[in-house]
Design a protein around this ligand. Structure first.
Ligand code: HEM
Length: 218
């Protein structure tokens, strides 16, 4: 624990913690999109998959606590790095390259805040059901189809999906740099593969609201 606190106190350590927590969240996002695709196999499979996850509450809660901890470390780390960078670099004497990277960092932060707001809405909508007018506990398929039918709600999900794809792409590169991958190495030549992964994740998430809007899922 004290090693973690020491790590947190240095900028390099905070960047590493933000990178590792971001990577954990990315793994979970890939698992979530795979789970969502069970919707295309019908209500029995989608509801059965959700029920199977709940059959071992200890594992489910361990994953939820791990996910929440990773999200807290990620957000707190970014807030702390943003404060440190504001203190270290007065706006007026920034070089052009620094201004560009500050802009990229700022758009990542704005996208991140919007994603966080989406996750809160999403939990109230499809997990707790309090923001869903016809929520039925355990009926995941119906909750998704009925919940995403209003165009405005589907639009919120589609915007979140696009933001997630961009955040994932920029975040994975930022994480690689924080963990010591240099720009001229072989890992960086895998950029197209990472872009394909991020587009696949975004399309995977988008497929459900699009299928509901077009009447494929009903
Ligand atoms: C766009 C299409 C999406 C659909 C159709 C969808 C669907 C769902 C459903 C049905 C649940 C509840 C599962 C259950 O009760 O068993 C859920 C939970 C959740 N979703 Fe999504 N989701 C989508 C996108 C996202 C995105 C983009 C994120 C995050 C960036 C996200 C984060 C979460 C979280 C954190 C939970 C709670 C997991 C838990 O219960 O432990 N979802 N999602």
């Amino acid at each position: 624990m004290s090693a973690l606190i020491d790590l947190w106190r240095s900028t390099v350590g905070t960047k590493a913690l933000v990178a590792v927590s971001g990577l954990l969240l990315s793994v979970w996002v890939v698992l979530h999109v795979a789970g969502n695709l069970t919707m295309f196999s019908g209500p029995a499979v989608a509801d059965g998959y959700a029920a199977a996850l709940r059959r071992t509450p200890a594992t489910l809660w361990a994953a939820r606590v791990g996910l929440a901890a990773a999200a807290v470390v990620h957000v707190a780390g970014i807030a702390s790095l943003a404060r440190a960078s504001r203190r270290a670099r007065p706006r007026h004497d920034m070089a052009a390259s620094h201004r560009a990277s500050a802009l990229a960092a700022r758009s990542m932060r704005i996208g991140g805040v919007l994603l966080l707001a989406f996750v809160v809405y999403h939990l109230l909508h499809l997990t707790l059901g309090v923001a869903h007018p016809h929520f039925l506990p355990g009926r995941v398929y119906d909750n998704v189809v009925v919940g995403l039918r209003p165009t405005s709600v589907a639009a919120v999900y589609l915007i979140a999906t696009a933001l997630l794809g961009l955040h994932l792409f920029h975040g994975l590169w930022a994480a690689a740099r924080s963990l010591g991958v240099r720009p001229d190495t072989a890992a960086c030549r895998r950029r197209p593969a990472v872009a394909i992964l991020c587009v696949a994740v975004a399309l995977g998430f988008a497929s459900v609201p699009v299928a509901v809007l077009t009447g494929w899922l009903r």
